[in-house]
Ligand binder design. Structure first.
Ligand SMILES: NC(=O)NCCC(=O)O
Length: 383
């Protein structure tokens, strides 16, 4: 079976393990059970008709005496490109808008409050080609671009916060960035978060396309909670998650584009670990499918030139502060994952485990300050 045919780890476990054993395996692998969320039949029907997977789960928290539950529904969207990579740009973007439009409509039926799309969702992940044209033409203004206008309409229509990761062109100096635009449920652009770590690994040759983000670790206060966006490769940097959390993020989204041969064993661990370490929820989103490019490119590894990147394995999931996680979406299909979070769980887990309280950050800050200086001497004792 090839990587692009294997549907999901969960499905494989479910079809091969006896029920009692499966429950134990799931407890150990995925933590406390995240019960299925009942979704309206109109949504289930529309998803089937529109040919995408729809799954729903929830994270419960204990009832408190002084605070009411803070329940919020997030929607994670993963999808393949809608047209071949050599179709006219406006057709490709338009087809992607239509696809997202029909998925967001289903999210609205499911009562989603905050929706997040995958990294650079309006375009193929073309940075592997090292060609500038036509790919840079997909870049748009974060504030005024057609994609932002489209998302503003969705946000207003469905009373939903929309996180729209795009390739951004800042008009003044024509600088390109890899940016998540955050649109409030009022329809206003609340702000943007630019990708702050750029990959230099495998075919992910992105550093010649756009700059390291300059928006720091911004957190967006929305009607549905405080959220932050840590784009793709930023998930390999624990301090990156940490800084969003230090600014008060309750939910950190990680819109991504990554392939199986490179990162799949790391995928289920990194966002989940970040949720545990930072007492928050994390939402990991990856695209699906194999994207073919007209010109061949090499991976700089002595192997033959090729036309594709490998398989983007989807598997989008949500992780909670208590170490539990939802099952992932499929590795092969477009999908919408709807997850209800009770944000009270963050403080409840913090009160139990106290990672923030016991963090000794002042000492680390001082020592890290020393460690990054050119005259730093590592503290090693030798016999
Ligand atoms: N899009 C992106 O940053 N991909 C890099 C590879 C990875 O982080 O898995």
């Amino acid at each position: 079976m090839s990587a692009c045919e294997f549907e999901s780890l969960e499905k494989s476990l479910e079809s091969h393990l006896p029920e009692a054993e499966l429950a134990e395996v799931k407890r150990i692998l995925f933590g406390r059970d995240t019960p299925k969320l009942a979704l309206p039949s109109c949504a289930v029907g529309a998803a089937a008709e529109r040919q995408f997977e729809l799954k729903g789960y929830k994270f419960d928290a204990a009832q408190e005496q002084l605070r009411p539950p803070r329940r919020v529904r997030v929607g994670l969207v993963q999808h393949r490109i809608a047209l071949p990579t050599d179709a006219p740009i406006l057709d490709q973007v338009g087809a992607m808008h239509s696809r997202i439009g029909e998925i967001v409509e289903v999210a609205a039926m499911c009562g989603v409050n905050i929706i997040c799309f995958q990294e650079t969702w309006t375009m193929p992940f073309a940075f592997c080609t090292r060609e500038k044209e036509p790919w840079t033409e997909f870049a748009e203004s974060a504030e005024e671009g057609n994609t932002t206008r489209f998302c503003q309409e969705l946000a207003k229509k469905y009373n939903m916060v929309v996180i729209s990761p795009i390739l951004e062109r800042e008009e003044l100096h024509s600088t390109l960035w890899n940016t998540a635009v955050v649109i409030s449920n009022s329809g206003n652009v609340l702000g943007k978060s630019r990708k702050n770590h750029i990959p230099r690994v495998g075919d992910f040759n992105e550093s010649t396309y756009y700059m390291e983000g300059d928006t720091g670790h911004t957190v967006f206060q929305t009607q549905f909670g405080k959220l932050a966006v840590n784009i793709c490769y930023g998930r390999h940097h624990p301090l990156n998650w940490f800084m969003y959390s230090m600014n008060g993020a309750e939910i950190i989204f990680n819109p991504s584009a990554t392939v199986g041969a490179l990162s799949e064993p790391m995928w289920p661990i990194e966002a989940r670990n970040a949720a545990i370490a930072n007492h928050c929820f994390t939402c990991a989103i990856n695209r699906v499918g194999t994207e073919h490019f007209k010109s061949e490119f090499t991976s700089g590894d002595g192997k033959k030139a090729h036309h594709d990147f490998g398989h983007f394995y989807g598997s989008s999931y949500v992780a909670g502060p208590d170490g539990s996680r939802t099952p992932g979406l499929s590795r092969t299909r477009d999908g919408l994952l709807v997850v209800e979070l009770d944000l009270n769980l963050n403080r409840q887990v913090s009160d139990k485990w106290s990672f923030k309280m016991t963090g000794r950050y002042a000492e680390y800050a001082e020592k890290l300050g020393e460690a990054v200086r050119p005259d730093f001497k590592p503290k090693i004792i030798k016999e």
